[in-house]
Design a protein around this ligand. Sequence first.
Ligand code: AMP
Ligand code: MG
Length: 332
Amino acid sequence: MTTEICKIDAFSLERAKKIIESGGAVAFPTETVYGLGANAFSTEAVNGIFTIKGRPNNNPLIVHVHRDYDISALVDEIPDYAKKLAKAYLPGPLTMVYKSKGKVSPSVSCGLDTLAVRVPSHEGAQRFLRCVGLPIAAPSANISKHVSPTSAEHVLGDLNGRIELILDGGKCEGGIESTVLDCTGEVPVILRSGLVTRQMIANVAGDCGVYTYIKGERARSPGLMYKHYSPNCETALFSEGELEKALSRYDERAKAGKRVVIICGTEAVRLLGERQNIPLGKTPSEMAKNLYSALREAEKQFDVAIALVPENDGGIMEGVINRLSKACAGEE
Ligand code: AMP
Ligand code: MG
């Protein structure tokens, strides 16, 4: 199969619609990362996504809908706080988990009785979802466990020959995956941090919990169990307070003949001397936006990537550090 990258226009959207209707998968841009979408009503189409990505079949998918789609067709028991959050932050990088009505294929939620729903704000994603007119189950458009794609070229790098069409909407503005929020309880609980922060949620909902996965437990969000977002090179993660340790690791790996790079905030570059670096930007938002392209650049040109990050301030840095901890985790 040849994979084509196409700008989003009436012609490519019509082609995308045909592929989706015939049970295939299409990569499309969102404001977070690129997604790999298929018809959420079709078990065969949804299973195709797991095969294409090599995704474990117990890691559920998020259903994407356009802004005027009535989600009460798919889910039950939408609490008042969720309605307020939807009004404040949707369309946008917030995925909300509800009790499922069981209308989409059971493969989407991998047997859970809940369904994760997202309304992306990216104009290209909206056009695609509206044109297709179906709820689209979509994980990130990368090979399972690899770094998520934030450009059409990243998708091609991972899925060349495995899908027909990549809709090209340019570089993703957000850069890390959506916040996943459990809306099945009294108060919302963050299952995965992202650009819609705990503070933003608490401001609207009055309260917001955070779920922490404990290794060995059955995770409330199965995706949390896996090593994820990982470049194909050796990795290490240090906070800026551990600068000396990060620099000694660099020097030690370089001495062993490895090509080493430090991925860090732009402000930290001056602390590195002559050492190789990939700057992520100054603000947490910039760092989120550039994180995955930096990891992909690191794996192409270096043997060892050392991430050096600011302290966790609980805002967007929470999401950046969460992704880097997974990317730098040992094999799981
Ligand atoms: P990805 O699309 O690859 O970013 O992964 C989707 C994320 O959403 C994973 O971390 C899943 O575990 C999580 N997710 C999807 N559906 C559910 C659900 N019904 N309940 C809890 N988490 C979910
Ligand atoms: Mg993913």
